[in-house]
Design a protein around this ligand. Structure first.
Ligand code: 2P0
Length: 354
């Protein structure tokens, strides 16, 4: 491996939106959840991270840049991912460049990592999910790791829980697992991205402010103080997971929307049941919920599912293009861009609607 050379791999990973939420860990250091969760992975054109990893004998230390600015790599989560990937590295040979790296060399070689998000970081949509999934995937390719996507997902999970679901497209389940070492806490694909492609996802950016309570500390406080969380994890989510899997397989939008909205609302109820209470949604978020609920009830069947993560921005899933187009009209009418809400919408999955 002597001489001056550089080997690079670039990967791209979209973020994912949970329709049955992950909220609460049973093991903080391994990032093991208290319940299964299900998500939909966004189209790679939107809200995705692109990461290039490079290795060279001339690099003196591991370094990383996020959106052009150098960041520290000392965090335990990043180090866990790197350690797990390095432990699985195999021999790499690049005949074109005349490079041979043996399994043992990887312990001594340093990495440079550059990561970019294709969405405005100021819009409050930044998610660690795409970033950590992309990093693990790119490092796995660079180091010729033989593990499949599910095994890689268990490594990405140790960087950020929701990241494990971004290793697959389409609908993905994160199985909480039973093992104490976390080996069976990983993601599996329930249906690929073509399975239900008439759905259109619209993100209504209600506020671009940084959230006051991070997901990590929020879920820790919920686990410690919320009785509703215990009930949700043991009694509610297991049944919802089965129903959601069925709704996805049958492309049953009425059931999908009912479960998605109920689960988002229960997650926020858990936040409110936390001591001290956590408020992620604001008045605009509540007004969006009322609008969608009224509209869905005025139709023969639901047209839109809503879900809110650890912030006030709405993720709206329309049953088809027609519903998405009507939704955009309604959003513009009720939340005009000139009003103090200053709301923007991102249409994901079907640019032709705008
Ligand atoms: C989810 N969220 O299922 C839920 C719903 C937010 C609300 O996963 O501590 O950033 O890194 O495991 O993955 C956000 O939590 O937290 C999240 P860590 P993460 O998408």
């Amino acid at each position: 491996m002597a001489g001056e050379w550089i080997l690079t791999v670039t990967a791209q990973t979209p973020t994912n939106i949970a329709v049955i939420k992950y909220w609460g860990k049973r093991d903080e250091s391994l990032i093991l959840p208290v319940n299964d969760s299900i998500s939909v992975t966004l189209d790679p054109e939107h809200l995705c991270t692109t990461t290039t990893v490079a290795v060279s004998p001339s690099f003196e230390q591991d370094r990383m840049w996020l959106n052009g600015e150098e960041i520290s790599l000392s965090g335990g989560r990043f180090q866990s991912c790197l350690r797990e990937i390095r432990a699985r590295a195999t021999d790499v040979e690049n005949k074109e460049k005349g490079i041979k790296i043996s399994k043992k060399d990887w312990e001594k070689l340093h990495l440079h990592i550059a990561s970019f998000n294709n969405f405005p970081t100021a819009a409050g949509l930044a998610s660690s999910a795409a970033g950590l999934a992309c990093l693990v995937f790119a490092l796995g390719k660079l180091m010729n790791v033989k593990e499949d996507h599910s095994q890689l997902s268990a490594i990405a999970r140790q960087g950020s829980g929701s990241a494990c679901r971004s290793l697959y497209g389409g609908f993905v389940k994160w199985i909480m697992g039973k093992e104490e070492n976390g080996s069976d806490s990983l993601a599996v694909q329930l249906a690929d991205e073509k399975h239900w492609d008439e759905l259109v996802i619209i993100i209504a950016v209600v506020s671009s402010r940084q959230k006051e309570t991070s997901s990590t500390s929020g879920m820790r406080e919920s686990v410690e103080t919320s009785l509703l969380l215990q009930h949700r994890a043991k009694e509610v989510v297991p049944k919802r997971i089965l129903k959601m899997e069925e709704a996805i397989q049958n492309r049953d939008f009425a059931s999908f929307a009912g479960l998605t909205c109920a689960d988002s609302n229960q997650f926020h109820a858990v936040c409110l049941d936390t001591c001290p209470p956590i408020f992620y949604m604001n008045d605009t978020s509540h007004r969006i919920i009322s609008c969608v609920e009224k509209w869905n009830r005025s139709e023969e069947a639901p047209q839109i599912a809503y879900t809110f993560d650890a912030g006030p921005n709405a993720v709206l899933i329309a049953r088809n293009r027609k519903a998405a187009s009507l939704l955009l009209q309604r959003l513009l009418y009720y939340f005009p861009p000139s009003a103090d809400t200053n709301m923007n919408s991102y249409v994901l999955g079907d640019k032709s609607i705008l």
